[in-house]
Design a binder for this molecule. Structure first.
Ligand code: NI
Length: 182
């Protein structure tokens, strides 16, 4: 089932999410719906707050980006209750976008090497090191479950320049190919 994607300005995107238990009602179906919603909107990641749920869950399938970034070829994951430790303070800068902030793309700098411990879709605990693009894509989604959006991380000047467009998005004055909720 395709779910509406909550737009910038909705308070659910600004709340800190909570951990879930393996018996969370309808978890398998929820994960399937999140992938379906993400694919329909042509995104590479979707976090639970973007569909209105403040729980520590996000999905990623960055394989469509593999033609430019081969390392992303098999980067499809479900992350539940993740915890991140950074292995470097060195940052790389990559242009980001977000299904909750349509039509805005900005450069964001983030650490390029981290270790993440999480539960996968079968609620098995996994620890893995992510570097480069994988680390960047993951952090964007990880921010969502902490109420942070990528426009929080751009320069104050760029942000000021975008303010009118962000205000419009929060009022639903934006056109998208997918269902949204303001
Ligand atoms: Ni996003």
């Amino acid at each position: 089932m395709i779910l509406p994607i909550y737009l910038y300005g909705h308070p659910v995107l600004r709340k800190k999410s909570v951990d879930i238990e393996p018996d969370y009602p309808g978890l398998k179906e929820l994960i399937a719906n999140m992938f379906e919603t993400m694919y329909k909107a042509e995104g590479v990641g979707l976090a639970a707050p973007q569909i209105g749920l403040n729980i520590n869950l996000f999905v990623i399938d960055a394989s469509p980006l593999a033609k430019d970034e081969p390392e992303l070829k098999d980067f499809k994951r479900v992350f539940i209750n993740p915890e991140v430790t950074f292995n470097t303070t060195e940052k790389i800068t990559i242009e980001e976008g977000c299904l909750s902030i349509p039509d805005i793309h900005e450069n964001v700098s983030r650490p390029s090497d981290l270790t993440i411990t999480y539960f996968n879709e079968n609620f098995e605990q996994v620890t893995e090191r992510l570097t480069g693009y994988k680390a960047i894509v993951m952090q964007h989604e990880y921010d969502h479950i902490n109420g942070i959006m990528f426009v929080d991380k751009i320069s104050p000047l760029r942000r000021r320049m975008l303010q009118n467009r962000l205000n419009s998005i929060s009022k639903g004055k934006v056109s998208t190919s997918y269902r949204v909720k303001i």
